[in-house]
Design a protein around this ligand. Structure first.
Ligand SMILES: C[S@@+](CC[C@H](N)C(=O)[O-])C[C@H]1O[C@@H](n2cnc3c(N)ncnc32)[C@H](O)[C@@H]1O
Length: 310
């Protein structure tokens, strides 16, 4: 595949906030950087271009199709779930880790391949598994889960106000055998006003995808293991695409950056807590309007970064 200066693999995925990632990673080089969400390797390729031999990349992705795009690159590739980051790094001989990058969510390739079942715009199977390690596919949730559980998932993971109504429509239409049918069932459950405001199935598809891949549990585990793993002075960078991911990152960074939690009137610290990290991004970094114009996916990206303190 061809690659442009932003590290884009032609037709696979266009990475976001690449300059910002390279700039934030520069101070930890030379060292080992873990790209925990390799995808088409856009961020990794750009780091290799910028840092050359000074950076050693361990690339992780749970999707075998993403792992295959690393062929020929001077990186160590591991097919696995970043929710098991500590185990993966230990399987690589426990090198000292200087930086970890997370670029959450799905790649454009996963969305564009109708056969993967992620797209509400195309006809495909109800799959949505990012990798073979996912325990269920979307069909199980759509066709087997009780209405209450379906409602909870659509409300919590899709932040969809019409969750109950959509869940009831799905249950009433079973069996549903394709993404296109599911998309139509959801659209028909919506009042006309909602059908005009963005694609009516977007939030529900996001919710089912998050549940299939148990995404939020992995985000929480991955971020916390990365914060434990990086060396003093090392950095953890996370790019989120919706508030559920960003909330987990923000909370983990805030907890680890909090020092003493004793009441201010206590003369001597009794809790013994000290800050483990320094937050480098008081507010999340957003893509410039030029990048958003060029790559619509950058619109919702929010980057946060921390540095481990000694
Ligand atoms: C937004 S894409 C990353 C794109 C990449 N930064 C690039 O420049 O091409 C997210 C990738 O993370 C992978 N992924 C999502 N959740 C994962 C997990 N828990 N463990 C490992 N990989 C995961 C997906 O399979 C997908 O390839």
């Amino acid at each position: 595949m061809d690659q442009d200066r932003n590290g884009e693999q032609a037709g696979y995925h266009r990475p976001v906030l690449v300059d910002e990632v390279v700039e934030l990673m520069a101070p930890v080089v030379p060292g080992v950087v873990v790209d925990a969400t390799f995808g088409g390797g856009g961020h990794t390729r750009r780091m290799l271009d910028e840092f050359g031999d000074e950076v050693t990349v361990i690339a992780i992705d749970r999707d075998p199709e993403a792992v295959a795009t690393a062929t020929g690159l001077p990186v160590t590739v591991v097919q696995g779930n970043y929710g098991h980051l500590a185990e993966i790094i230990s399987s690589q001989g426990s090198p000292e880790v200087s930086g970890v990058l997370f670029d959450f969510g799905v790649s454009s390739h996963q969305l564009d391949e109708a056969d993967r079942g992620f797209s509400y715009r195309q006809e495909g199977p109800l799959d949505m598994r990012m990798g073979p390690d996912a325990e269920i596919d979307a069909s199980v949730i759509v066709n087997e889960w009780p209405v209450g559980e379906l409602t909870r998932v659509i409300r919590e993971f899709g932040e969809e106000p019409l969750a109950r109504r959509i869940a009831q429509a799905i249950v009433a239409s079973r069996p549903i055998d394709s993404t296109a049918t599911l998309s139509t069932v959801i659209a028909q459950a919506m009042p006309a006003a909602r059908r005009r405001a963005g694609h009516p199935a977007r939030r529900t598809f996001q919710a089912i995808r998050i549940a299939v891949n148990d995404e939020l549990r992995s985000v929480d585990a991955g971020i916390n293991q990365a914060l434990d793993l990086v060396r003093p002075g090392g950095r953890v960078i996370a790019i989120s695409y919706h508030s559920l991911e960003d909330r987990i990152v923000k909370r983990a960074f805030a907890e680890r950056s909090a020092g003493c939690t004793c009441p201010p009137d206590l003369p001597v610290c009794g809790c013994g807590n000290t800050a483990q990290v320094r937050v480098l991004t008081r507010r999340p970094i957003r893509a410039s309007s030029a990048e958003i114009e060029d790559n619509n996916r950058a619109r919702s990206a929010a980057l946060r970064a921390v540095e481990k303190v000694a």
